[in-house]
Design a protein around this ligand. Structure first.
Ligand code: HEC
Ligand code: HEC
Length: 373
């Protein structure tokens, strides 16, 4: 589980560190002609690099222009969906990250290549180009550790080593033209695998929700009509009385505090210590996740304990546990866990607003879909 998954991260994060090492000049004038028994790819690659990015996510456009080519992301897409990347050829990234669920998997815990269950709920994939922290415990974010991750992670994934992976992929005919188009020749290297996969992940942009339409540029609600009246009421609660917006910022990618972390009082004594597993004094703290597409990514929280958004809202309204690290927002003036006591109507309104964060284009976009026939 963790293994495969860590490999994923390795791959994702490598790009930042490895660009200097790989430094492959990409000749975009190379003819793209692709025919394959196993793959269904367009004659011209999809536009991964030149996408319409709203100005409130402008940092993503910068990443696309500096790190992504259409050919590189095309290769990355194939790698993302290819079970050949696992030891027993059974599990791909997409086994746990399904497009129709905004790249989460609908399960509390996911089954890894060895049949074991992951320790945490599979994250959805939300604008990774704009992320600073990855995983529920935000353990991946530091450039130096990123650069050191790959080999370690790859071993954990279950393959003997990167040499074996390079050899395995090098023997698959369908990769030859893909590597050649992405990197100039068909040599398969770990750096290229990592580079291409992170190009694909960086190219995964979700920015077409009703909420995005309501707040063009991210500065205030200029088109309230993009939301239903109930969603507008929910939005006012979200940023007002219910204080959700203190932590979750649906405008930018994650949260106001640069996707930092918080303890939201799920348990008085958290079984999974989250950041506390590695850093004393942080028990029960987890990354503040983006809420983009959250209506598609049930079940919720790091351990998938809540099946519905209504259960999530019930938690914040009525069930917060008092625990030493409980975030100040979720404490009352008396120092006890806050009881917002929202009405049923308010709860429904909040859920309606969360549904306005869904981007149907993202989950139907062919350029992120499974390329295998
Ligand atoms: C067996 C299921 C499984 C497979 C296979 C898998 N993942 Fe994951 N993925 C997870 C789980 C579970 C998490 C959350 C783990 C955690 O936070 O500790 C996760 C988290 C992530 C995240 C972090 C998202 C965020 O916002 O923090 C990314 C990115 C990711 N996976 C990409 C990949 C890629 C790329 C691959 C393929 C190389 C892959 N995953 C394969 C289960 C899986
Ligand atoms: C103190 C910061 C904070 C506040 C305030 C806050 N959240 Fe959260 N939220 C988090 C954190 C941290 C998590 C992840 C917790 C975990 O998994 O242990 C989370 C998780 C969630 C999730 C689940 C996301 C997923 O992918 O599983 C939803 C939905 C959510 N919050 C909605 C809300 C709503 C609605 C409000 C207002 C009523 C709110 N949050 C207020 C920090 C906060």
């Amino acid at each position: 589980m963790k293994n495969i998954h860590r490999f994923a991260l390795a791959v994702l994060l490598l790009l930042s560190g490895m660009t200097a090492l790989t430094n492959c000049k990409k000749d975009n004038s190379l003819p793209y002609k692709y025919e394959s028994e196993v793959l269904n790819l367009p004659d011209q690659p999809y536009a991964y690099r030149d996408q319409q990015i709203p100005s409130h996510l402008a940092n993503i456009a910068t990443v696309l222009q500096s790190k992504v080519t259409d050919q590189g992301a095309t290769l990355g897409r194939v790698l993302f969906y290819d079970p050949k990347l696992s030891l027993n050829n059974k599990i791909s990234c997409s086994s746990c990250h399904l497009q129709e669920k905004a790249f989460s998997d609908g399960k509390r815990f996911s089954t890894g290549f060895d049949g074991g269950l992951t320790k945490r709920n599979a994250s959805s994939i939300v604008n990774p180009a704009a992320l600073q922290n990855f995983f529920w415990d935000a353990r991946e974010h530091d450039l130096q550790s990123m650069v050191l991750q790959p080999i370690k992670n790859h071993i954990e994934m279950g393959m003997d080593n990167f040499d074996a992976l390079e050899k395995k992929l090098g023997q698959l005919d369908y990769y030859k033209p893909l590597f050649a188009d992405a990197f100039g020749d068909d040599k398969v290297t770990r750096e290229r695998i990592a580079d291409a996969m992170s190009q694909f992940l960086n190219s995964m942009v979700t920015s077409n929700s009703g909420f995005d339409a309501a707040v063009p540029g991210g500065w205030g609600v200029q088109n309230p009509g993009a939301l239903t009246v109930q969603q507008q009421q929910g939005m006012n609660l979200f940023f007002g009385q219910a204080q959700c917006g203190v932590c979750h910022n649906p405008v930018s990618n994650g949260s106001f505090f640069n996707e930092s972390f918080a303890n939201i009082g799920l348990d008085a004594n958290p079984a999974d210590k989250g950041l506390g597993a590695n850093q004393p004094g942080m028990d029960g703290m987890f990354k503040i996740p983006s809420l983009r597409n959250v209506a598609l990514t049930a079940p919720y929280m790091h351990d998938g304990r809540f099946a519905t958004l209504r259960e999530v809202v019930d938690h914040y309204s009525d069930k917060i546990e008092n625990t030493p690290n409980l975030h100040w927002t979720l404490r009352g003036f008396d120092g006890q866990a806050l009881r917002m006591n929202l009405t049923d109507q308010q709860k429904d309104d909040l859920v309606a607003f969360l549904q306005a964060l869904t981007d149907q284009q993202y989950v139907n976009d062919p350029k992120y879909s499974n390329p295998f026939k």
